[in-house]
Write a protein that binds this ligand. Structure first.
Ligand SMILES: *Cc1c(COP(=O)(O)O)cnc(C)c1O
Length: 660
C-alpha cells in the first residue's frame, strides 16, 4: 500500500516530464492541510510562517540565520509569539460567535492549563492576548500554582486549581482568595473536601470550590482513560453526593461555584465531546436544583490539533473544527439547561494543546546520511572467481529473465550463504563485503523495476522502507520530541528550504543519542502513516534544515536528559509591521551547557577538572606528556565543559543565503 501511494504521485522514471513546483512541495509536505493557514512556501522555496493568519509572513530561514549571528545554532526552537496570540483570539472568537448564534445568555472564558507549556514567555503572551477575553490560568500542581499566583495579578484573576493537593497547596490557594483573586479549588479526591473545609476555617477564608466529575462518557484517542471508571481523577456520582453533603454540613453550600470535567487530551471525535458536555451540564443543573449557586461549567481540555491534516478521527487528527467545537459545547449546554429550566452557566474551557501546539517549530540540522545502497562501481568476482559473487552478479545483471520476487529470494539466499561461509572461515572479509554490496544493489534494482511495473507483491511491500536512507539530525528525540517516542505522537516534518527542488530520497530521521529508539520513522500522511519521508539529497558540508511543526504543547517542555543532551537553543520572534516580511527576535534562550547538566546529576565542574588535572600531572611527571601539551589537553577538557551538549557544526557549515 505504501508503495501504491508513492506511485500515485512519484515515479522517478517519469517525473522528469512534470517539473516540480513549490505548490507541489506544499502539497507533498501537507503545509496547507495541517498548517491552519499559518505556514506556506515562498517563491524561493522557503517555508514561511504567517503568525496572524494573514499575508504577513516570516521566513524561517531568515530567523535561523539571524539566530546563528547571535551564536544560537540548531537544534533550535523558534517560538512564533504572534501565533500564540492569534490562537487565543481564534479560540475566544469561536466561542463568542457560537454564543451569539445560539443566543446563549452566559459568557465564555478560557483558562490556560500551565502544564501544557510552563515557559514564562508563553504563559505571559497568552495572559496578555487573553486580557480582552478575561482569560485565566489553570494549575495542576504546587509549583504551577506558585507561578499562577504570581502572574494572576495580570491575568483575569480567575485561577482554577486542579491536581493532587496537600495542605500547603490549599493554603496557597486560599492566600490567592484573600488577595482578591477568583481562585477555585477543584475537589478531585473525596479527601480534599475535608482538608479544604478544615483549612478554610483555620485561616478564616471562605473558599470557592469546584467539583471534578468522573464522567461516564469517555474521551477518544490516546488519553481516553482520563475519564470513566479507570480514571485517576474526579468524583464518582456517589462521591459527588457525599462531598456536597459535607460542604452543606460545614456551612459551605454557597461555596460550590464550578463543575468541571476533563475527558482527556486530543479528543479525536466530536461525538465524545458532545456526550461529555451533555453529561456535565446535567450535573450542573442537578447541583443547582440542590441549591448550590454553581456559576461555571468547565469543560476541561481535549480540543485537538489536526497533526496530519486529514480531518479524521485518526489519533493524530480530529474530525471537527474549532468553530464546530465551540458551537457544540454551547449548543449542548444550552439544550440541557433549557430542558431543566436552569440559568445557563458561564462556560470555561482549559484548552492547552489547541492554543500552544502551533506556535513552536523545532529546527533540526541534518549532519550526515547513512545509505544502504552502495555507490561506485559494481564489484567483480576477481581472481578467485568466487561462485557466490558470480551468482549474485548474474541475479543483478540478467534480471530480465526472472520475476522480481524470484530475484529477491535468490539474493537473500546468497547473502545468507556468504554470511555462513564467513563465519566458518571459508570466505574472507573482502569477498563477504562484495556479497553485501551486491545484495543491496539487487534490492535497489528490484525496487526500481517494481516502480516501473506498478505491481508490488506483498513480500516486497516494505522494500522502500528497507532501502530508505537515514538522515542523521543533530538533536535528541528524548529531549525535544518526547511524545513521539513515548506515545507515537506524529508531528509534521518538512524541509525549511530547497522546496523548489524535487526531493528524491526516501529517508527516515535518526538523532544523535546512542539509543536505537532515537529516531523518527513515522510521518504524517493523509491516510495512515508513512514510514519514510522524501527529502532532498544531502551533501555533507551544505546546510540542510528540517522543521518539525506543531511541537509547542507538552514535549516542548517535558524533555529528558537521555545521553545528557540538554534543552535546545531558543529564539522568540515577533512580527515587525514596518518592514515587508519583517520580524524581530525579542528574546533568545541559550540551550543547556554541559557543566549545567552535569551539575544536575551531582558532578561538580571543579571536581571533574581537579581529577583530570591530577591525571595529566601524573603523565607529565612520568614523561608521557610534555608540559606544554599537558596544558593544551587540560584546556580542551575545561573548555568543553562550558560548551553546549549537541554537535558543534559551526566549523563545517554556515547558512549560505543572506537576508534580503
Ligand atoms: C492536561 C489538562 C488540560 C489540557 O488539555 P489539552 O487537551 O491540552 O487542552 C486541561 N485540563 C486538565 C485538568 C488537564 O489535566
Amino acid at each position: 500500500m505504501i508503495f501504491g501511494q508513492a506511485l500515485a504521485h512519484y515515479d522517478p522514471l517519469t517525473s522528469k516530464s512534470e517539473p516540480w513546483s513549490t505548490a507541489q512541495a506544499e502539497e507533498y509536505y501537507g503545509l496547507k492541510r495541517w498548517g491552519g493557514g499559518h505556514f506556506s512556501v515562498d517563491e524561493e522555496g522557503c517555508v514561511c510562517a504567517h503568525p496572524a493568519g494573514d499575508h504577513r509572513r516570516i521566513r524561517l530561514m531568515d530567523v535561523i540565520e539571524e539566530a546563528a549571528e547571535a551564536g544560537l545554532h540548531p537544534p533550535l526552537t523558534i517560538r512564533i509569539q504572534d501565533l500564540l496570540r492569534h490562537r487565543v483570539e481564534l479560540l475566544a472568537g469561536a466561542f463568542t460567535q457560537a454564543i451569539k448564534d445560539e443566543k446563549y445568555s452566559g459568557t465564555y472564558r478560557g483558562v490556560f492549563p500551565i502544564k501544557v507549556n510552563q515557559l514564562r514567555e508563553v504563559v505571559e503572551e497568552i495572559i496578555d492576548a487573553g486580557k480582552p477575553f478575561n482569560f485565566g490560568l489553570e494549575a495542576g500542581s504546587k509549583p504551577e500554582l506558585l507561578i499562577a499566583l504570581a502572574l494572576s495579578e495580570q491575568s483575569g484573576k480567575l485561577l482554577i486549581c486542579n491536581g493532587y493537593k496537600d495542605e500547603a497547596y490549599i493554603r496557597l490557594a486560599l492566600l490567592g482568595t484573600r488577595l482578591g483573586r477568583e481562585v477555585i479549588l477543584v475537589i478531585e479526591q473525596p479527601s480534599e473536601a475535608d482538608s479544604i473545609i478544615r483549612l478554610s476555617q483555620e485561616m478564616g477564608i471562605t473558599p470557592n470550590v469546584g467539583i471534578r466529575l468522573k464522567l461516564h462518557s469517555h474521551g477518544e484517542g490516546k488519553w481516553r482513560n482520563s475519564s470513566g471508571d479507570e480514571a485517576k481523577f474526579g468524583l464518582s456520582i456517589r462521591e459527588v453526593m457525599d462531598t456536597v453533603k459535607k460542604l452543606n454540613k460545614a456551612g459551605l453550600s454557597e461555596s460550590l461555584k464550578l463543575v468541571h470535567f476533563h475527558i482527556g487530551s486530543q479528543v479525536t471525535d466530536i461525538l465524545a465531546i458532545k456526550r461529555a458536555v451533555t453529561e456535565g451540564a446535567r450535573y450542573y443543573c442537578e447541583l443547582r436544583k440542590l441549591g448550590h449557586p454553581v456559576r461555571y461549567l468547565d469543560v476541561g481540555g481535549g480540543l485537538g490539533i489536526d497533526y496530519d491534516g486529514s480531518r479524521s478521527n485518526f489519533e493524530s487528527s480530529m474530525n471537527y473544527s474549532l468553530p464546530e467545537y465551540a458551537r457544540d459545547v454551547v449548543y449542548n449546554i444550552k439544550k440541557v439547561c433549557d430542558d431543566a429550566g436552569e440559568d445557563e452557566p458561564d462556560i470555561l474551557s482549559e484548552s492547552g494543546r489547541a492554543l500552544v501546539a502551533p506556535h513552536s517549530v523545532l529546527v533540526l540540522e541534518v549532519v550526515d546520511r547513512i545509505a544502504k545502497i552502495p555507490e561506485g562501481k559494481v564489484p567483480r568476482p576477481g581472481k578467485k572467481r568466487n561462485t557466490v559473487i558470480k551468482d549474485m552478479l548474474h541475479t543483478l545483471e540478467e534480471g530480465a529473465n526472472y520475476s522480481q520476487l524470484e530475484r529477491f529470494h535468490d539474493a537473500q539466499q546468497k547473502r545468507e550463504e556468504a554470511a555462513s561461509l564467513f563465519s566458518l572461515g571459508y570466505m574472507d572479509l573482502e569477498t563477504t563485503a562484495k556479497a553485501e554490496n551486491l545484495y543491496w544493489r539487487i534490492c535497489d534494482d528490484i525496487r526500481n523495476n517494481l516502480r516501473r511495473d506498478g505491481y508490488i507483491p506483498e513480500e516486497l511491500e516494505d522494500l522502500d522502507t528497507l532501502l530508505a536512507e537515514q538522515y542523521v539530525c543533530n538533536f535528541s528525540v528524548f529531549q525535544s520530541l518526547l511524545d513521539h517516542w513515548a506515545l507515537g505522537q506524529l508531528f509534521p516534518v518538512a524541509p525549511l528550504h530547497r522546496l523548489r527542488e524535487e526531493p528524491g530520497t526516501e529517508a527516515t530521521l535518526v538523532d544523535i543519542t546512542c539509543d536505537s529508539d532515537g529516531k523518527i520513522a513515522k510521518f504524517t500522511d493523509l491516510e495512515d502513516v508513512r514510514p519514510t519521508l522524501r527529502l532532498h539529497d544531502f551533501t555533507p558540508g551544505q546546510p540542510y534544515y528540517l522543521g518539525v511543526f506543531l511541537v509547542g504543547a507538552y514535549q516542548d517542555i517535558m524533555g529528558d536528559l537521555h545521553n545528557l543532551f540538554g534543552r535546545v537553543n531558543e529564539v522568540h520572534v515577533f512580527l515587525e509591521d514596518d518592514e515587508e516580511d519583517g520580524f524581530y527576535i525579542e528574546e533568545t534562550i541559550d540551550g543547556f551547557r554541559t557543566n549545567e547538566i552535569l551539575d544536575l546529576i551531582q558532578y561538580k565542574e571543579s571536581d571533574l577538572i581537579r581529577r583530570m588535572k591530577a591525571q595529566i600531572d601524573a603523565a607529565i611527571k612520568n614523561d608521557e606528556v610534555k608540559p606544554r601539551e599537558g596544558v593544551r589537553l587540560l584546556n580542551l577538557y575545561t573548555d568543553q565543559l562550558k560548551e553546549k551538549t549537541y554537535l558543534d557544526t559551526r566549523d563545517t557549515k554556515r547558512p549560505k543565503r543572506k537576508r534580503s
